[in-house]
Design a protein around this ligand. Sequence first.
Ligand SMILES: [Fe+2]
Ligand SMILES: [Fe+2]
Length: 279
Amino acid sequence: MADEAYDGRKAGMNLRFDFSEDDVPRHWLGGRKSVTNFFDGLSIFFPLGERFFIKAVRAHHHLIKDDRLRKEVRAFCGQEGIHSREHEGYNDMLERQGYPARALEKRVEQLLDRVSARAPKRAQLAITCALEHFTALMAHAALDNGIFDEGHPTMAALWKWHAVEENEHKSVAFDVYLAAGGDYRERAVVMLFATAIFWAKVFEHQVAFMRRDGILYSPAEWARLGWHLFGKPGWLRQIIPLYFQYYRPSFHPRDLDCNSAIARWKREFESSPAYRKAA
Ligand SMILES: [Fe+2]
Ligand SMILES: [Fe+2]
């Protein structure tokens, strides 16, 4: 949200999406299997991942002197808690559809438990900053390219709402990291590791979902996904240069300007029946 004052009370929306509807098709993103699998695979991370973020940020609460940042932290925890709950419902739906959502969540849990037990608290905060950078960039690019516009209304509404809120609170963990005395070298090194592990897990989830759909060995499905991510619209390709900005010593998440995408979404929010149902 550029540098505009962030007001979590205004931004946080306690939406509840109905994933029990029979009419959410399995391949809810325009019927494209491997592309839907990609987003479903990302959803696996959120329930536990966002709780990890909350814990990492809260562990440094006592070091925050600035009242505005304290307020932002409260809003951040509120938003991530709600996202976590909604993705739990989403992942329940995936499990009912026959995908190994619970088993994959279990593996994410084991990984996060290992990190929580072994990594120092500030490194856990640096991991949070790294992954929040990914979510902010992916959210920004997805909104900008209208990725979810052809999705089922409930699923499109969920992803767009989550994307907007990720952009709204993208600076919070980073500011807490700075308040906790976090330095450039630590966050850059952590980002290297976080990048390798996160994308390896994304690939693992993609394989599991595609296997369940019987398309794991389909060159056409892999080509469709590759084209979506790196060709047209190629939203993952678009964020590569933005990803590397994290390695600049002067980097700050607020430099990413998403105001127009957020403003567009807010107009959509007012008029969308999917949001009226979830409110
Ligand atoms: Fe979130
Ligand atoms: Fe977030």
